[in-house]
Design a protein around this ligand. Structure first.
Ligand SMILES: Cc1ncc(COP(=O)(O)O)c(C=O)c1O
Length: 396
């Protein structure tokens, strides 16, 4: 088979080679351009750059060659034309939403969102005259009922953080498009390996690159991907003038992360599915949520829109908060941390950490009880992790 057409490369090949631009030295690994600015051969050349006649770099808040390699590689894997990398996942979420709305507009989002995402939709946007409606994202009738003539955008995660609800991206995108609104999907939990929101009809996809893309807990990052027209006409100017740009150093780390993304996500998912099966059959566990299992509440949608399970598991321990804390404290290999997507297995108790800012009734509405734990499965040996979970369960 011919391999000269990059379009035909499989994802793993794109993630190693996509977007690479070599300097005159012909380096193997991507070059790290740790520079703020760029020099011009003449005043005329500077003028040409600024008026857009010469497409070169101007200033790293707008664009940088190492960051551009990361953006291009991500475009190749998502199958889209344009992207802008950001300093964190939240900078990506915030800038993507802000680029879609003006005062007087309306936004829809599921209630089941990562706490900071919910803060932007529920608290921050209304400060600037953008109303928001929070719904149960798994209920299409609620999406339909929430639409208004001034609805310009919707923001959703799938699977959601932390209870791994799966939302029908295609059905939601169709509803929004009929109403002339855009759908932004935060693909952090699914990863580009298991889900392609733009192929499912989303208009914009955002990532916290901090999670699986780095995958080794080193640096923060984010990215916003969409078509060239929206990125250049709607997104680029607010991005350039407000400064959420990614550091070239972080872009280099994240390029290295992309090279191993499929290996890590496949292995972490394999181990997660084994741990989910172990938890599902254990008497101490009263609820188990794992998108790769047939007993997941939206298993049929997950099968349709995801190519694999998840590196994440959510579960309840029948013994309540006391058991959840005891179990977490008894783990030897799995670490207590609110991060996710890391090579290190991490566990968190959302009600007292990531979602503690929500009041209890809002938490319960999302299925986050005192019994709930969120487990991000890492790259340790599968049997070692199964043994660690088994011994910790024996203590509750
Ligand atoms: C679903 C989701 N979106 C966005 C973010 C924010 O990412 P960052 O911490 O890189 O700003 C997180 C972080 O946990 C997340 O879980």
């Amino acid at each position: 088979m011919s391999t000269d057409n990059k379009q035909n490369w499989k994802p793993a090949t794109k993630l190693v080679h996509g977007g690479t631009t070599r300097s005159s030295f012909g380096e193997t690994s991507e070059a790290m351009y740790l520079t703020q600015g760029f020099v011009y051969d003449s005043a005329e050349a500077a003028e040409a750059r600024f008026i857009g006649e010469d497409p070169g770099y101007i200033y790293s808040r707008y664009a940088n060659p190492t960051v551009a390699m990361f953006e291009k590689r991500m475009c190749e894997i998502e199958g889209t034309e344009a992207a802008r990398a950001t300093s964190s996942g939240m900078a990506a979420v915030h800038s993507a939403l802000m680029a879609c709305v003006r005062a007087g507009d309306h936004v829809i989002a599921p209630k089941a969102l990562f706490g900071s995402c919910r803060y932007i939709v529920e608290k921050l946007l209304p400060r600037f005259g953008v109303e928001s409606t929070l719904i149960d994202g798994t209920d299409l009738a609620q999406w339909k009922a929430a639409l208004r003539p001034n609805t310009k955008a919707a923001f959703m995660e799938s699977p959601t953080n932390p209870t791994l609800e799966v939302i029908d991206v295609r059905a939601v995108a169709d509803l929004l498009h009929e109403a002339g609104a855009r759908l932004i999907v935060d693909n952090v939990f699914a990863t580009a390996i298991w889900q392609s929101p733009l192929e499912l009809g989303a208009d914009v996809v955002v990532y916290s690159a901090t999670k699986h893309i780095d995958g080794q807990g080193r640096c923060l990052g984010g990215i916003v991907l969409s078509d060239e027209k929206w990125i250049t006409e709607e997104f680029h100017d607010p991005y350039k003038h407000t400064g959420p740009a990614m550091s070239p150093f972080n872009a280099w780390v994240l390029l290295k992360g992309l090279e191993t993304l499929p290996l890590r996500v496949e292995r972490q998912t394999h181990t997660a599915s084994k741990i989910a099966d172990l938890l599902a059959d254990h008497a101490a566990v009263s609820r188990l949520i794992y998108p790769g299992r047939e007993d997941h509440p939206q298993a049929e949608i997950a099968r349709r829109q995801m190519r694999g399970g998840s590196t994440m598991i959510a579960f309840d321990l029948a013994g309540g908060k006391e058991a959840a804390f005891k179990f977490s404290n008894a783990l030897n290999i799995v670490q207590l941390s609110n991060n996710l997507g890391d090579a290190k297995s991490l566990i968190t108790h959302p009600a007292t950490t990531t979602h503690q800012s929500l009041d209890e009734s809002a938490r319960l509405e999302l299925g986050i009880t005192d019994k709930t734990l969120r487990f991000s499965v890492g790259l340790e040996d599968t049997d070692d992790l199964l043994a660690d979970v088994t011994q910790a369960l024996a203590q509750v």
